[in-house]
Design a binder for this molecule. Structure first.
Ligand SMILES: Nc1ncnc2c1ncn2[C@@H]1O[C@H](COP(=O)(O)OP(=O)(O)OP(=O)(O)O)[C@@H](O)[C@H]1O
Ligand SMILES: [Mg+2]
Length: 246
């Protein structure tokens, strides 16, 4: 299964949710799980987990055609929590539009080794990001409860539908719902004429503590943030995707 996280604008929490959901999917399933940082450099997935990988997605793309899991293993970094990481490129602008096919093939090959491939696809709808989102089994659009995100959510779901990503594959995650001044979830659901699939409150203290320690939030003391990420991971592991009002 490929699960892509895509931000409805920068800074909404796409990396936070991608990394922590991947860790939680592994904690629950104990099945091989990798998180791929496909955001054009600089990406933060490896930093969030305190890793300094030798290789990045770009080197893995250059190896396209690999069939040997042992070879692939050379390009991933392992975190103590059990998940593997394919880090973002060090080169600004990569993956570029010319890498779209390579990104797609790399994700397909990773799927032969990993049960769950979680992708941080950033928040720019580049050719490469479109390739990721089109391939993904589930696309989670990460927004904050504010007017720009609401407007972008509407436009993005339309753009994705045109690109062939049907509404049944799209989920909406609203992050930082408890921030002061946040639009109420019911208001957003009404404007979008569809339910919000995942609601995540605001807890900067925990989110920052996890990054500072280079661990997922599940490794810290129990919090609502962890419980909400756990609910997201459980829903993804359910055998039949929950129908959405497309
Ligand atoms: N639920 C939350 N509560 C409080 N703070 C959060 C929450 N989720 C994320 N943050 C914080 O918000 C900031 C941005 O998060 P993150 O880097 O995950 O966003 P992003 O969408 O990946 O950003 P970018 O566009 O730079 O890639 C970080 O400081 C992070 O710790
Ligand atoms: Mg990010």
């Amino acid at each position: 299964m490929i699960v892509a996280f895509f931000g409805t604008k920068g800074g909404t929490g796409t990396t936070t949710l991608a990394v922590n959901t991947a860790a939680e999917v592994f904690r629950l399933s104990r099945r091989p799980t990798v998180v791929v940082d496909a955001k054009p450099a600089p990406g933060d997935v490896a930093v969030f987990l305190g890793l300094r990988p030798r290789y990045t997605l770009i080197e893995l793309i250059d190896q396209v055609g690999w069939t040997d899991a042992a070879l692939a293993a050379r390009f991933v970094a392992a975190h103590d929590c059990g998940i593997h990481v394919v880090a973002a490129s060090q080169d600004f602008g990569r993956p570029s539009s010319r890498d779209a096919e390579g990104v797609e093939q790399t994700l397909q090959q990773l799927q032969t080794v990993y049960d769950t491939v979680v992708v941080d696809a950033g928040s720019s709808l580049t050719t490469s990001a479109k390739a990721v989102l089109t391939l993904a089994d589930v696309v989670i659009l990460v927004g904050n409860p504010d007017v720009p995100c609401l407007r972008n959510l509407q436009r993005l779901t339309d753009a994705l539908r045109l690109a062939g990503v049907g509404g049944e594959r799209i989920r909406i995650a609203l992050n930082r719902l408890s921030d002061l001044g946040a639009l109420p979830a019911a208001h957003i659901e009404k404007a979008l004429s569809r339910p919000i699939d995942f609601q995540i409150g605001s807890d900067y203290r925990t989110a920052a503590a996890a990054v500072n320690a280079g661990v997922p939030v599940g490794a810290l003391r129990p919090t609502d943030l962890h419980a909400q990420i756990n609910a997201m991971a459980r829903a993804l592991l359910e055998p039949t995707p929950r129908p959405t009002a497309a």
